[in-house]
Design a protein around this ligand. Structure first.
Ligand SMILES: [Zn+2]
Length: 106
């Protein structure tokens, strides 16, 4: 993205979607439970990177073969670092974005 940055809905409308089949790689992500829904989108947020590092991105849907391996880590805490200077400090963060987030995540 470049300045002036589009809002999330506009940015998502320009999202490029690719379909990959029979590709091996790594999926990394996290699960956000409902009780911290104000910090992130509820549910799984997963990204993919192919083994040859030529394909990847945010995952909208996937099918995983039965012989795949899955590892997970239960993380009891994480740190969110917010900018303390620049445009972020003047940004109005009081808007309820739940509707826009839901629309983008579909
Ligand atoms: Zn993502």
């Amino acid at each position: 993205q470049e300045k002036p940055y589009p809002n999330m809905t506009v940015a998502a409308a320009g999202e490029k979607v690719h379909t990959y089949a029979n590709v091996t790689g790594t999926v990394v992500g996290f699960y956000t439970p409902v009780f911290i829904q104000d910090l992130n989108t509820v549910g799984y947020h997963l990204h993919f990177l192919s083994d040859d590092h030529t394909m990847g991105g945010h995952i909208l849907d996937m099918t995983v073969p039965a012989n795949s391996s899955v590892e997970y880590d239960i993380t009891p805490y994480y740190t969110v670092a917010l900018p303390t200077s620049g445009a972020f400090t003047g940004t109005n963060l009081t808007a309820n974005m739940s509707g826009a987030v839901a629309a983008v995540e579909q």
